[in-house]
Design a protein around this ligand. Structure first.
Ligand SMILES: *Cc1c(COP(=O)(O)O)cnc(C)c1O
Length: 423
């Protein structure tokens, strides 16, 4: 930093935020983040200063293909022109009121998301974890006021190796040691069963069970798919037992797996869905719970809320995101490009590859135990490919859904060169 005693604020007011940001080198940005931020993440040693489409660039101008895609939140590519333009136009009108007033943006968002998802009612939130919390509250209130479960006895069935966010309630039913250790006492009311085991769900249901909450694909858990037929069977079991089915589609939704929502690969329409990530168009956090009227109607004024939830900018971003998804038929592209990427990764000759699995553009490449994953991670960066390990030595390949054949082939070429480094 300069030796003059200019404060950050003077600098920003004189030169503008943009200029002050641009004056930071990659090394300075990394050092400052580590110095002043809590250390709850371990980022790749890459400082992104600019991104467009499927590409990201560091301060030296090095180009990367973004195969993390903000954990599927960047579905439309970085800085989609239509979504960006929609936001810029909105910034001339109104950005923030509260739910104490109506806005036309929220009205259109609610109608739009119900139409897009085929659901009856929607409750807007900001982040995925908030959407999950909202669904839990709705399911519990439904249990007590509709199903007749005795007060405070409602149970929700969840899966081992789940990921639903990081709030205190949600980590209470995580099975990942690090997500929960030292964060107790844990909230009760959850039963954990193995993922993909329908008999385990049947055995766990009691008269007090109000819901089953699961991801259709366990993305954070290592890109794990349930056995074929599981989702449809789960739907049936829930219906037979008067239990709500809640899909957490925060990561798998909005065309990521080649269908609008991953449950659509089977006949498994839920009572409620948690949505987030790609709903924000790669720009701004927007999340929601959508569901059928018989559940969603249990909320009355005062039951739930969020200061920023349903704000006009977020609503515009989400509307533009859904419109563009329809216009560009991102489902079809995700399926087509996903198939291409999957088969090409599967064809790689490297002996350290244990498994490649995926659906649409949610693909995991698992390497054999004993592979130097740290070295591999560095090699991916060196080759200009941003990917990060999920659990179980599985590297994520989840680029924006706008990729074309040329880009897929580029991804495979770079991945192949990186894998050479550990083979
Ligand atoms: C990312 C994610 C969440 C949490 O979303 P946040 O916006 O980070 O709170 C919940 N569930 C799933 C399946 C996710 O992938």
């Amino acid at each position: 930093m300069a030796t003059t005693a200019k404060t950050i604020w003077q600098d920003i007011l004189e030169n503008g935020v943009r200029k002050v940001v641009e004056d930071l080198s990659d090394a300075q940005a990394i050092e400052m983040t580590e110095r002043f931020g809590t250390h709850n993440y371990h980022p790749l040693p890459v400082n992104v200063v600019r991104a467009k489409g499927a590409y990201a660039y560091d301060g030296d101008g090095k180009e990367y293909i973004d195969c993390i895609g903000c954990y599927s939140a960047v579905a439309h590519g970085h800085l989609s022109e239509f979504i960006t333009k929609s936001v810029v136009e909105q910034l001339d009108k109104v950005t923030l009121v509260s739910r104490a007033m109506y806005t036309s943006e929220l009205a259109l968002f609610l109608k739009g998301i119900c139409e897009f998802t085929g659901m009856d009612l929607a409750c807007p939130m900001n982040t995925g974890a908030e959407a999950v919390e909202t669904a839990i509250k709705l399911a519990r209130k439904w249990a007590y006021t509709v199903k007749g479960v005795p007060k405070d006895k409602a149970e929700i069935i969840v899966a081992e190796d789940n990921f639903h966010g990081r709030t205190t309630t949600i980590v209470s039913f995580s099975t990942e040691q690090q997500y929960k250790e030292f964060f107790g006492p844990y909230g009760p009311g959850f039963k954990i069963v193995p993922f993909g085991d329908i008999d385990a769900v049947k055995a766990a249901i009691t008269p007090n069970t109000c819901a089953v909450l699961m991801e259709p694909v366990q993305a954070e858990g290592g890109i794990i798919f349930p056995p074929p037929g599981y989702m449809a069977e789960l739907r049936q079991v829930c219906t037979e037992n008067n239990v709500l089915l809640i899909w957490d589609e925060i990561q798998t939704g909005f065309a990521r797996t080649g269908k609008k929502f991953a449950w659509m690969h089977e006949d498994a329409k839920p009572d409620m869905m948690c949505l987030g990530k790609a709903l924000g168009g790669g720009i701004f956090p927007v999340a929601a719970v959508v569901g059928l009227e018989h559940v969603m109607k249990v909320f009355v004024p005062g039951d739930h809320g969020s200061t920023f939830g349903g704000n006009p900018v977020g609503c515009v971003v989400a509307l533009a995101a859904m419109a563009e998804m329809e216009q560009k038929d991102l489902c079809a592209n995700s399926e087509k490009m996903g198939n291409r990427l999957l088969s090409k990764l599967k064809a790689l000759p490297h002996k350290c590859i244990e498994d490649v699995r995926g659906r649409g553009l949610l693909i995991g490449l698992e390497v054999l135990e004993g592979t130097d994953t740290k070295k591999l991670s560095e090699a991916f960066i060196k080759q200009g490919l941003l990917t990060k390990e999920t659990r179980n030595r599985t590297f994520r390949f989840a680029p924006p859904l706008i990729v074309d054949e040329k880009l897929i082939d580029q991804i495979v070429e770079r991945a192949s060169k990186a894998l050479d480094a550990v083979s």
